[in-house]
Design a protein around this ligand. Sequence first.
Ligand code: ZN
Length: 137
Amino acid sequence: MSPRIDHIGVAVRRIEDHLALYTDALGLGGAHVEEVPSEQARVGFVPIGESDIELLEPTSPDSVLTRFIDKRGEGVHHVAIEVDDCAAALARLKAQGLRTVDDAPRPGARGTKVAFIHPSATGGVLIELVEYGQARD
Ligand code: ZN
């Protein structure tokens, strides 16, 4: 797989309040919604070409998403890049002295492994690394 934007994450209070914009108004097609317990979130993916818009809804008042929305309001939360090997990508970043949110990959939506690079290392953008591995098969 060549490098690509896997998805753009958008923090929202309620996925259903925003799905119609993407599926009906923009005509992007059906959404895949699932719960991601490790993120204390429900996520809704709307396909757009080779990428997706990921709507992120907090499922707990303690979720980092709840704090994000309380502080900044709904809006763009992160940009996700597909990588072949999430652990190797993390190790490379750390070797270069870049600050990461995660020390090791963790389970993400759609059976992926994910890890985040801290916004302080990226000019203010939270970047998610996504590895599909067996999840694509
Ligand atoms: Zn994401």
